[in-house]
Design a protein around this ligand. Structure first.
Ligand SMILES: [Zn+2]
Length: 106
């Protein structure tokens, strides 16, 4: 782990990318979830716990992504005003790219 004073945003940007990746896994597995729910309902299974678990996972990853702050401007990286934009690749305030290998605070 790097110190916040070492001149690099690499560690913080890696965490920001990982938070986005976790929510994207939920986003892209949603069709699989729908198919599973459909088949379980067709076979008479109770889907309550699967639905609650999936929603909880979505909420945890969404909150984890929304609280990530930009290492340069200290604003919420993915949230401009009230809404989370999971497709964003730059800071919503200062446009710092989350995959910029040369980003430093100098
Ligand atoms: Zn920023």
């Amino acid at each position: 782990m790097t110190s916040p004073h070492d001149g690099s945003y690499a560690a913080a940007l890696t965490e920001i990318r990982r938070a986005r990746g976790r929510l994207m896994v939920c986003f892209f597995t949603f069709p699989l979830y729908i198919i599973t729910i459909y088949r379980m309902l067709g076979n008479g299974y109770d889907i309550t716990w699967l639905m609650l678990a999936y929603m909880l996972l979505y909420a945890v990853f969404g909150i984890g992504m929304s609280v990530k702050t930009c290492p340069r401007c200290r604003g919420q990286f993915y949230v401009r005003h009230y809404f989370l934009n999971p497709f964003r690749r730059t800071c919503s305030h200062c446009e710092l790219a989350y995959d910029d290998p040369d980003a430093t605070n100098s």
